[in-house]
Design a protein. Structure first.
Length: 239
């Protein structure tokens, strides 16, 4: 004997599942339809000094023709992060028709090895020069030494400035010796160790050196006590 109640229940369940599948498919088509949920607004958040509107617009061609649902957020973020002066990007959807883009630029703190920069985290990056860049120190060092060089620059430059000197450059040589250059061109050779103590020795002896009536080209502080001076006049006479 046919159990009509059970049969009707099964048929009803099948009908509900079919309707749900059809509705889900229609909803997916609607959400993916750029004409129905177009991205009509992009909110760009974050201060920009070195990244132009044209560069951002070019990078955002990644979302041309996409709806708010189908737009590839990771692709958009990756395209913007590839811009030379961009450090970090976060992209979020905002219903019904907006993308919010959080953009953080590189903040250059120093030149690095001539053709790169160091950012606010002492990370090296490559980017073209831009108008509005303030004068920056010149830092040099072996591969992957940028955090160490930056930390020593902060220490050395602060000590020198507190005593009336203007540092311009710092180099960590291939032999891991330190060289500081002042803005007037004077080079201070500190060696591998005891850099702060040797800088202090230079500071203490500088008033006496200034009375010599000659201009020093370099001062070698790689000694336990004292220093050696390379005078500019002597070098010119020997040429």
């Amino acid at each position: 004997m046919v159990n009509w109640y059970s049969l009707m229940g099964v048929l009803l369940l099948v009908l509900v599942l079919v309707l749900l599948a059809w509705g889900g498919n229609r909803l997916g088509q609607t959400l993916a339809d750029a004409d129905r949920l177009p991205i009509s607004e992009i909110a760009l958040v974050g201060e920009r000094q070195f990244t132009s509107d044209a560069e951002v617009q070019q990078a955002l061609t990644e979302i041309d023709g996409a709806s708010l649902v189908t737009a590839n957020m990771q692709g958009v973020a990756a395209a913007l992060t590839e811009l030379p002066w961009v450090k970090r990007v976060t992209v979020r959807r905002e219903w019904p028709n907006r993308l919010r883009v959080y953009l953080v630029e590189q903040q250059p703190r120093a030149h690095w090895n001539g053709d790169h920069w160091l950012n606010q985290d002492a990370d090296a990056f490559s980017a073209p020069a831009r108008p509005g860049l303030v004068p920056l120190p010149e830092l040099w060092g072996p591969v992957n030494s940028n955090p160490k060089v930056w930390q020593h620059w902060l220490i050395f430059s602060q000590l020198l400035r507190l005593n009336g000197f203007e540092p311009a450059a710092l180099e960590l040589t291939a032999r891991h010796a330190w060289k500081v250059q002042l803005k007037d061109g004077l080079e201070l050779r500190l060696g591998r160790t005891d850099g702060v103590e040797r800088l202090q020795r230079f500071i203490d002896l500088w008033p006496t050196l200034k009375t010599q009536g000659r201009r020093a080209q370099y001062i070698d502080l790689r000694y336990d006590t004292g220093l050696a001076v390379g005078w500019q006049l002597e070098q010119q006479e020997n040429q």
